[in-house]
Unconditional design. Structure first.
Lengths: 287, 297
């Protein structure tokens, strides 16, 4: 959509591209026909392609087992610790290939993954967790960044015990704060809403949007909670069985009948029993 | 009751216990960081002592210079060992890795015998006075130095794990390797660093014991002696290792007292730590300081 808009206004294109925000410009992150195999036999991603434009929040939605988390791990390089491997295709970040690069070097290049289930270091204090986030950095701005993260999450300053005793919401804040300490250009966020109350989900997504706007951090957001994700995202991809089956701007996705039916749960008066819904889903496929 | 002897033995126990603590600490370091039970820990002491002895006798280096060179050697040795032998084993079953460390232990023992002979060799005299007396108790000067070094090592460990960036990284790696990777910590380098530090710290104990008893393959027995200490403290607790070491050192010497004064069985000193080991494994298999996972309910 916006590609057409840019074409209509060629005079502005150069300006927009200079800001690195135009979709016509090379995306910050690009996956091209990525295939991932676990344990040499289990094919999880079957030729997945997606673009994450710089400065955007891109949502990656899909059902359980669609391969969303695997996609993120393929990007961050954590796949190999689970005996998975990118067997085909390529992943490009900022113009250079990053598939096959060690995970610590990927963090150094500016990609930071906030893993599913927070995964904070439970036996360390919140402060120690935050300092660990800055491990890959050698510059002097770490102390300033720590201050800034604490202004985002003032509650973390009061907690001096082991981070394992924080509430779920606080742990999620800590995980996001820890990511910010690395001063990344791209944050891969895996299920930030997991196990949180609706009110906290709202708060966390508000913070995600704030980080994106204030700090200009690009975010690739994986979510089961499609409604919450589409509320903050600019673009979305929908995955099924290791492939992208639908993509577009948030408005396009929201107005798509199938997305409404399967992910936003608002098919109006034709709502059926759960059992019927499932069989309907099995019959109907996109593409 | 012979109070003087008892006090003397308690003091000896604390000093030797601190040394056990240091070795146990370096053992725990490897276990925590890389989940490897290192049966070649005792050989680290042996190698460190032999290298230091060799530098001192062959090149006539002053003691502290020789010790520093030994540390540098052990640092390189630890890294090389991890990179060459243990790195290819990452991902293999834990029992294979343990068997490899047992193999390493046998290999290095034989290597040391081949290079330096089978007889115990005395260190050249290091202190002009070999004993000092404090409050009527005789203490070997070396032991006094060893106590100082042990305490310094423990303080350094505490500082390292609490405040330094790489110490935190090591703790994160011990907690969860995938999490550590996601934070940008090069996990392989952390393993190598753990082995290097462990080798250096162990060599201190090796040198001290070597000065007191002479350098011989008996030194590697310390690697077995730390097991009761480590199990007592909990396999993955550095503080527990120190406490465990002190307790085992004390128990040994108290056993010697009881044996010498009353029982006259002969060798209780050697055996008591292992009785303790059996009892601990029966009543508290995770030791007194072993981690319990934090679980919010």
């Amino acid at each position: 959509m916006s590609q057409i808009t840019t074409l209509e206004r060629p005079a502005q294109e150069a300006d927009v591209r200079a800001e690195g925000r135009a979709e016509a410009a090379a995306p910050l992150l690009a996956l091209r026909n990525v295939e991932v195999v676990y344990d040499d036999v289990i094919l999880v991603l079957r030729g997945l392609s997606l673009d994450v434009p710089a400065g955007s929040i891109t949502a990656l939605l899909g059902a359980n087992g669609a391969g969303k988390s695997t996609t993120l791990k393929a990007i961050s390089g954590l796949l190999r610790s689970e005996n998975g491997e990118v067997t085909r295709g390529e992943i490009q970040f900022d113009g250079s290939r990053i598939d096959g690069v060690e995970p610590d070097l990927i963090v150094r290049r500016g990609i930071f993954q906030v893993m599913e289930g927070r995964r904070i270091v439970a036996d360390m204090t919140p402060m120690e967790n935050l300092r660990l986030g800055a491990f890959s950095r050698r510059d002097r701005g770490i102390a300033d960044d720590l201050e800034r993260v604490l202004t985002y999450f003032p509650r973390l300053k009061e907690r001096t015990g082991a981070a394992g005793y924080l509430s779920g919401g606080e742990q999620q804040m800590l995980a996001i704060g820890r990511a910010l300490m690395a001063r990344p250009r791209l944050i891969l966020m895996d299920e930030p809403s997991m196990g949180l109350s609706p009110l906290l989900v709202k708060e966390v997504f508000g913070i995600i949007r704030q980080i994106n706007r204030d700090l200009g951090v690009t975010i690739l957001l994986v979510e089961q909670n499609a409604r919450a994700a589409l509320a903050v995202a600019d673009r979305g991809y929908i995955m099924e069985q290791g492939k992208v089956v639908l993509d577009g701007s948030v408005e396009e996705l929201r107005s798509n009948e199938d997305v409404k039916e399967f992910y936003l749960g608002g098919a109006g008066d034709q709502r059926k029993t759960f059992k019927n819904l499932k069989s309907f889903k099995r019959r109907k496929r996109w593409i | 009751m012979n109070t003087h002897l008892l006090l003397q033995l308690v003091l000896n126990g604390l000093i030797v216990g601190a040394l056990y603590g240091v070795v146990a600490m370096s053992f725990v370091l490897i276990y925590k960081a890389s989940q490897v039970v290192n049966f070649a820990q005792g050989e680290f002491l042996l190698i460190g002592a032999w290298v230091c002895w060799w530098l001192l006798t062959t090149y006539q280096l002053p003691f502290f210079v020789g010790m520093l060179v030994t540390f540098a050697f052990m640092l390189v040795f630890g890294i090389a060992l991890q990179v060459v032998v243990l790195r290819p084993l990452i991902g293999e079953p834990i029992i294979s890795v343990i068997m490899v460390t047992i193999g390493l232990s046998i290999f290095f023992q034989a290597l040391c015998k081949w290079l330096f002979g089978v007889f115990a060799q005395p260190f050249p005299p290091i202190f002009t006075t070999s004993q000092v007396s404090i409050l009527g108790l005789e203490i070997q000067t070396v032991y006094l130095m060893s106590l100082g070094i042990s305490v310094a090592m423990m303080a350094a460990f505490a500082w390292f794990f609490r405040y330094s960036k790489h110490g935190l990284a090591m703790r994160a790696t011990a907690f969860d390797q995938q999490v550590a990777q996601s934070l940008g910590i090069p996990v392989r380098n952390v393993f190598a660093m753990a082995w290097a530090i462990s080798a250096v710290v162990s060599s201190v104990a090796g040198i001290v014991v070597g000065i007191v008893n002479g350098v011989s393959s008996a030194l590697s027995f310390y690697g077995i002696k730390v097991f009761p200490a480590v199990i007592l403290g909990g396999l993955d607790s550095v503080a527990g290792a120190v406490v465990g070491g002190l307790v085992i050192g004390l128990l040994e010497n108290l056993a010697q007292y009881v044996d010498g004064q009353y029982l006259h069985w002969g060798n209780l000193y050697e055996i008591v730590p292992f009785y303790v080991l059996v009892v601990i494994l029966m009543i508290k298999p995770y030791g007194f300081f072993g981690t319990r996972d934090i679980e919010r309910v």
